[in-house]
Design a binder for this molecule. Structure first.
Ligand SMILES: [Zn+2]
Ligand SMILES: [Zn+2]
Length: 163
């Protein structure tokens, strides 16, 4: 069954023809600045399951390790509806809010928790990652804070601010 996600003014649509592969919450700084809210909710679809309609522009930014992330947004109202990233080349992201559907499946994964706002409380049973979800699946980290400290010596890598 098709579902349509669209921008605020309705000119730019992403039409999905299958269920999402997963739904994630992202707390990264890029998502925070792009959306204007402290976290984003993104549905990951196979790229072949989504078609775009309407005029849009693409904002390209550097993700981790120089991989490009491409935000597709409406030039009229500025809403980002659709994003692709080189980390997961067969997948794309549609912002869940653009469906405006309160019955949409809940997120099951929370990423970039190292920049999660302190007041955010998530439902139980989610997978948690200090940064992005690894390209190859590995078990979730038990202790996010300790894992970040161990991986990075507690030091943030400059420019490493989002997926
Ligand atoms: Zn628009
Ligand atoms: Zn993000």
């Amino acid at each position: 069954m098709e579902k349509t996600a669209h921008c605020l003014c309705g000119r730019f649509c992403a039409i999905v023809t299958a269920d999402p592969q997963r739904v994630t919450i992202c707390h990264c700084e890029a998502c925070q600045r792009r959306s204007g809210i402290p976290l984003t909710c993104n549905a990951h679809y196979r790229t072949s399951d989504v078609r775009l309609e309407g005029a849009h522009k693409i904002y390209v930014r550097d993700g981790q390790e120089g991989r490009k992330v491409r935000h597709h947004f409406c030039p009229e109202c500025g809403t980002t509806v659709y994003t692709t990233g080189e980390k997961f080349p067969d997948l794309c992201m549609v912002v869940v809010g653009a469906f405006a559907d309160p019955t949409y499946p809940a997120p099951t994964v929370s990423v970039f928790e190292e920049t999660k706002h302190h007041w955010v409380v998530l439902s139980s049973g989610m997978e948690h990652y200090p940064q992005g979800r690894p390209p190859k699946w590995t078990p979730p980290l038990k202790n996010v804070g300790a894992a970040v400290a161990a991986d990075r010596g507690g030091v943030r890598i400059p420019g490493d601010r989002g997926h």
